[in-house]
Design a protein around this ligand. Structure first.
Ligand code: ATP
Ligand code: MG
Length: 420
């Protein structure tokens, strides 16, 4: 048994003022009912780092059914992890029962031949729960009983040294769940932590295990990485650790092209800026940008092979999306928008008449225009399209009309010969 270090309230900076009101309600109710109730994971880590937590996860020794009895607004979910979701309007507070690690358990925990965890519904106590978490900094608990922080793994020291360290033997932990490699990249980027040398060493060798992860899960992870507000750094780290190829196989060699490399850099920078300014973002734009070069390359190839121009682009889009969804799924509502964004790129050259007018009115004009301006900025488009289409949007509809449909020249007057 390992003794935890208990950091009393007076020696850490977590204040209840910074904890979500509903999370506090859940913690208090569990505690009053006689259960252990602790905040755990990203919430504790982020508060200690003075970041604003994305969500507040709760751990308890109450079993899911016992949690459900305490809260009328509770639903139990999940097969792999049985969790309680407690609903407060649109907000959901997630409550997980302590789970034990698997060694020596005659249990409900199941691993496959490769050592991957398939199911782990083995309830335990906090001591077991700690060791199945991924990184030390994610295994800190804030105890509502006395407002202390409970540290079993030396996480406070790691936080001080800004180290992201896997709990236990890195090779085993990545084998159990290869997505932990992507989580390492995300937390390092988001929190400005260094991946500990032992934890980082194996990433270089074990990336290929991501091939076995279901596309739906990788899609979620891609969004978490690239919509974290630190997409530029995430991309840099994914390249450094040779993981990008398992998320976007088709672009691996495209990044050797400095123009595309810049285009991706600018796209991700603009995503980061939008997130940090609180503006909306869509997965469609991210995937459209990432796959732009593969689509164009496939399009050129089809044309070279003699395919009709209009068919070539349609088929290129279909083929690239099809290959991508073998790695990360893309919901159809987003792949439809990706196709719009790509297809509209060919229409910015028409600056007159009905064609230009219908482009301006297209429901995906704005996304396609932003995309086109990034291509322009990266040097792929070397004309004044971005400028021209920016200007026209600032005009009144009368002015637009004049620009798109300049009045026809008046017919030349017939020269009447003077009668002689
Ligand atoms: P954030 O919510 O800011 O993305 P988080 O650390 O809270 O970060 P979650 O995915 O919400 O991440 O998971 C909550 C906690 O569950 C983590 O802090 C970690 O302790 C544990 N956890 C999540 N995923 C894994 C995993 N794949 N392997 C081991 N532990 C995990
Ligand atoms: Mg979380």
């Amino acid at each position: 048994m390992t003794e935890p270090t208990i950091i009393p309230r007076s020696e850490h900076c977590i204040s209840r003022d910074n904890i979500d009101e509903n999370a506090l309600k859940v913690l208090y109710r569990l505690h009053k009912a006689g259960y252990r109730a602790l905040l755990v994971g990203g919430g504790v880590r982020d508060l200690l780092l003075n970041h604003v937590p994305k969500d507040f996860d709760i751990a308890t020794d109450a079993h899911p059914e016992q949690v459900k009895k305490l809260f009328s607004n509770c639903r139990l979910i999940g097969r792999r992890f049985r969790l309680a979701h407690i609903f407060f309007g649109r907000e959901i507070i997630e409550v997980a029962t302590f789970r034990s690690s698997h060694e020596g358990q005659d249990s409900d925990g199941i691993q496959d031949d490769a050592g991957r965890i398939l199911r782990d519904n083995v309830y335990g106590d906090i001591e077991g729960d700690v060791w199945r978490r991924d990184f030390t900094v994610n295994a800190l608990y804030y105890d509502i009983a006395d407002f202390s922080v409970v540290d079993y793994t030396g996480a406070m020291e790691d936080l001080k040294n800004r180290q992201l360290k896997l709990i236990g033997d890195p090779e085993t932990r990545y084998r159990e769940d290869p997505v932990r490699m992507l989580r390492a990249v995300r937390f390092a980027a988001k929190l400005g932590l260094d991946i500990h040398s032992e934890s980082e060493k194996y990433i270089f060798e074990m990336g290929h295990l991501l091939k076995d992860i279901p596309p739906a899960r990788l899609y979620e992870e891609v969004l978490k990485l690239f919509h974290s507000g630190q997409a530029v750094i995430c991309l840099e780290l994914l390249r450094k650790y040779k993981l990008l190829q398992y998320l976007f196989t088709q672009i691996s060699d495209c990044l050797d092209d400095p123009i595309f490399d810049d285009f991706i850099g600018y796209s991700l920078q603009s995503t980061d800026n939008r997130i940090n300014e609180g503006k909306p973002i869509t997965p469609a734009f991210l995937f459209a940008a990432m796959l732009w070069k593969p689509v164009m390359r496939q399009n050129d190839q089809f044309i070279k092979d003699g395919m009709d121009i209009s068919m070539a682009m349609q088929n290129a889009m279909t083929s690239v999306i099809k290959q991508q969804v073998g790695m990360t799924s893309i919901p159809r509502r987003f792949s439809m928008v990706m196709r719009d964004i790509w297809h509209l790129q060919f229409r910015f050259k028409y600056r007159h008449g009905r064609r230009a007018k219908s482009l301006l009115a297209h429901h995906k004009f704005r996304a396609a225009y932003d995309f086109m301006c990034l291509r322009n900025k990266a040097g792929e488009l070397q004309d004044d399209s971005c400028e021209w289409w920016t200007r026209i949007q600032t005009m009144s509809s009368d002015q637009q009309e004049k620009l798109l449909n300049p009045a026809k020249k008046p017919p030349r007057k017939k020269q009447h010969k003077k009668p002689g």
